[in-house]
Design a protein around this ligand. Structure first.
Ligand code: NAI
Length: 341
């Protein structure tokens, strides 16, 4: 039987640990994937190449699919982020991060079910930074009408497909009247012209964050520009158990790259204790995407078997340390494999 080729980037820090565990579960669930392993990040530099080697980029373009572990980006110096480069070069303009409460993971709230959609290619992440004088530096927030319209269309289409009821845009258009003003105007326009059946509202981001941590149930789908989306996804992760349990996907017209929201976690790297669940859930999103795009029922089957198994494992109290348990990465993967239906 044929298998779908997907690029696998183990990444840095805890990346190789969580990708190994994820691949073990996918194999046990008979997911029809053939991995094409490629380097990016510090691992690529250490192997003597570029931080984002051309071969890695070309193979993602060829296979249109990748599962990526986190890549380290040096703070305040050094090379520019692989993640930003990848998203820009492949035009992966829509980041989707589903944030859901999980069985057995106790948090302040029950029944959280949010989807964070983030514009992934511009805003302050355009990387246009300059030193004007010795004591004045600047960073340019680039916002284009085409990218704002594109993400608004994508978000409303996605919300419709997922049978979601409401989109809320978080913004700061009271201060950034031109850039964030353009972002909300495009969302308003797409809503009123094409998707009046979906409820639409807006929140100034500071008040929106306060409302999120008071009562996340009042939100459904959140739509944000790049920087706000980055920050608010981690905030939302905190509502359901932390970075170990929130998956993500980056979609463009030509490719899709699936990755956890978390980073390379240098504080626990190499200890074998990272929670592989966020990457495993990202791999489940990848299988669901393959089911939709390739109409391959084997992918849908593997996705639902894995989902049932990790929910069962969590419900049985099988948890890694970040969730208050004592399992290490491999043990959690084994607990999931043992529960595959
Ligand atoms: P981080 O997400 O790596 O870690 C934040 C905290 O969450 C740490 O205490 C870490 O131990 C914990 N954590 C994260 N993932 C976990 C997991 N799977 N299981 C258990 N605990 C987990 O964020 P940080 O420290 O700000 O960034 C570290 C590096 O990762 C930086 O170089 C950053 O640029 C990079 N990064 C890469 C991303 C990507 O490749 N998509 C995304 C975010 C950060």
């Amino acid at each position: 039987m044929s298998r779908h080729k997907a690029v696998l980037i183990p990444g840095d820090g805890i990346g190789p640990e969580v990708t190994r565990a994820t691949c073990q579960v996918l194999e046990a669930a008979e997911a029809p994937i053939e991995w094409v392993e490629r380097l990016a990040g510090l691992a690529a530099i250490e192997a003597g190449g570029d931080v984002l080697p051309a071969e890695t980029l070309e193979d993602i373009q060829r296979h249109k699919l990748a599962l990526k572990g986190p890549c380290t980006t040096p703070i305040g110096k050094g090379f520019s982020s692989v993640n930003v480069q990848l998203r820009k070069q492949l035009n992966l303009y829509a980041a989707v991060r589903p944030v859901r409460s999980l069985p057995g993971v106790e948090t302040r709230f029950e029944g959280v079910d949010l989807i964070v959609i983030r514009e992934n290619t511009e805003g302050l992440y355009s990387g246009v930074e300059n030193r004007l004088t010795d004591d004045v530096v600047m960073s340019m927030k680039v916002t284009t009408q085409s990218a704002c319209r594109r993400i608004a269309h994508w978000a409303f289409r996605f919300a419709t497909q997922q049978r979601r009821k409401k989109i809320t845009v978080f913004h700061k258009a009271n201060i950034m009247k031109v850039t964030d003003g353009l972002f909300i105007n495009c969302a308003r326009e797409v809503h009123s012209h094409e998707y009046p059946n979906i409820d639409y509202d807006e929140a100034i981001i500071d008040a929106g964050c306060m409302k999120l941590v008071q009562n996340p149930g009042q939100f459904d789908v959140l739509l944000l520009e790049n920087l706000y989306g980055d920050v608010v996804s981690d905030l939302c992760a905190g509502l359901v158990g932390g970075l170990g349990v929130v998956p993500g996907a980056n979609f463009g017209e030509q490719a899709a790259v699936f990755e956890a929201v978390h980073g390379s976690a240098p504080d626990i790297a190499g200890k074998g204790v990272a929670n592989p669940l966020a990457l495993l859930m990202s791999a489940v999103m990848m299988l669901q995407h393959l089911q939709d795009v390739e109409q391959d029922p084997r992918c849908g089957r593997a996705a639902s078997r894995i989902e049932q198994a990790y929910r069962q494992a969590l419900g049985d109290g099988e948890r890694t340390r970040d969730l208050g348990g004592s399992l290490d990465t491999e043990q959690f993967a084994r607990a999931v494999i043992d529960r595959l239906p």
